[in-house]
Design a protein around this ligand. Structure first.
Ligand code: FE
Length: 185
């Protein structure tokens, strides 16, 4: 379970930067997102995905305010590829799809884009803006569609300054369980 320590070290060393123009750090955002998944009684894989969905931000080292500089760093692909070394598709795919889920919700839910934080609205445009009707149809057919939408809702809500949440160690048990599930398959 060496990779859990690697992940926690990554959060401790790289997760203290502000989360892309928000009033929380990367690690606070991840912990809030994981807590929302846990409170919703999500399966262990989806709780892990919630905790790790932005690990791509920590890996590529571009730092904060990337969206402000007009860069779309494709953190969802970088994160999913890295996570796939250790985790199965139940973790990896919702992470890969969480940006597309924002583009999907912006296309199908009236007023959704207005509920996003200013930083998230800026990145939405860099990420391609709301999906087209054809993209919506294809996205709805993906196997991890529902998980990606749930993750996206928690992601959008996990930006509360100063919220008290369980720490990283609280999630070790979930991550161990998810890694064992993959080994047993
Ligand atoms: Fe996020």
């Amino acid at each position: 379970m060496n990779c859990i320590d690697r992940l926690f070290t990554l959060f401790r060393e790289q997760g203290t930067a502000a989360y892309f123009g928000e009033a929380v750090t990367e690690t606070e955002h991840a912990l809030q997102c994981a807590q929302l998944a846990e409170q919703a009684d999500a399966c262990p894989e989806l709780i892990a995905a919630a905790l790790l969905h932005d690990v791509g931000h920590l890996l590529h080292g571009l730092g904060e305010h990337v969206a402000d500089r007009g860069i779309d760093a494709h953190h969802e692909d970088a994160g999913a590829t890295w996570l796939a070394q250790y985790f199965g598709p139940g973790v990896v795919e919702p992470v890969r799809l969480h940006v597309d889920a924002k583009r999907y919700l912006a296309a199908v839910v009236p007023g959704y884009a207005d509920t996003l934080s200013p930083a998230s609205r800026t990145s939405l445009q860099l990420q391609g803006g709301p999906m087209t009707a054809e993209e919506v149809r294809r996205f709805e057919g993906k196997p991890h569609f529902h998980a990606a939408i749930a993750l996206r809702r928690w992601d959008d809500a996990a930006k509360v300054p100063g919220l008290a949440v369980p720490d990283l160690e609280h999630y070790r048990r979930v991550l161990v369980a998810v890694l064992l599930m993959k080994e047993e398959r």
